[in-house]
Design a protein around this ligand. Structure first.
Ligand code: CA
Length: 243
């Protein structure tokens, strides 16, 4: 069943806990979204097929099927943003969901503000790549020029190796979203490096060190945030008022 007005992004809320689902629905409707709801996996897939929502909020613990099965089904057909809602104790399940192609997660119990911010970031990101027409991506004083393969901080060039450049490029391309170590490995090094997570750790450390060396005033702050046990997240780009 569809709730909400005629316009606005449609969010499919998949959650078997009636109270939690209704609370999510209320929050989303209050912010102008349209809402489709499903209390089990089969209904979620039927709603997905019928409505093609703009984003999916997915509780992983469903009565009739694993939430991972929903992710697999959706990812065979589309890159529609999937925000996973996971229980605190389900670390391995959460990582599996991200590896299957979920875009981000919130852990129960989560605040409305956090959920809404994550959802907005996913929808913004889905609207188009973070780069400008010239292929430049900005994060405050940092500019990554994908066409010239150049990175500058406040105009000073940063000397990155090709792999370090790729690591930074992938993280910036997903600004505001979580990138698992597995996804970074597959994207930057290729499938043959599956499980070699220490490469990611070493290269991210090098990128951080080189950026910091060109940022004596600390303008970048904590640009690349570690999500322990999962991966990394670059802060979502904001209007660069500080430069
Ligand atoms: Ca559940």
């Amino acid at each position: 069943m569809t709730f909400g007005r005629d316009s606005g992004p449609t969010i499919l809320v998949v959650e078997d806990d009636d109270e939690a689902r209704r609370a999510l629905q209320r929050d989303l409707l209050a912010r102008g979204y349209r809402v489709e709801e499903a209390a089990d996996g089969a209904t979620a897939l039927a709603r997905w097929d019928a409505r093609r929502p703009d984003a999916i909020l997915l509780d992983l613990g469903l009565p009739d099927m694993d939430g991972a099965a929903v992710i697999r089904h959706v990812r065979r057909e589309s890159l529609t943003p999937i925000l996973v809602i996971s229980a605190r104790e389900a670390e391995a399940v959460k990582v599996e969901a991200l590896e299957l192609g979920a875009d981000d997660y919130v852990t129960k119990p989560f605040g409305t503000a956090e959920l809404q911010a994550r959802l907005r970031a996913l929808l913004r990101r889905a609207a188009g790549p973070a780069s400008d027409a010239a292929g430049r991506v900005r994060a405050g004083p940092l500019v990554l020029d994908a066409t010239r393969h150049e990175v500058t901080v406040a105009g000073n060039p940063v000397d990155l190796t090709p792999r370090e450049f790729e690591v930074l490029r992938v993280l910036l391309a997903h600004a505001g979203r979580l990138v698992t170590r597995g996804r970074l490995l597959r994207t930057v090094w290729g499938a043959a490096y599956q499980g070699e997570d220490h490469y990611v750790h070493v290269f991210v450390s090098q990128v951080r060190r080189k950026l910091a060396a060109h940022d004596p005033e600390g303008l970048l702050g904590d640009l690349i945030v570690t999500e322990p046990g999962v991966g990394y997240r670059v802060r979502a780009a904001e209007p660069s008022a500080e430069t």
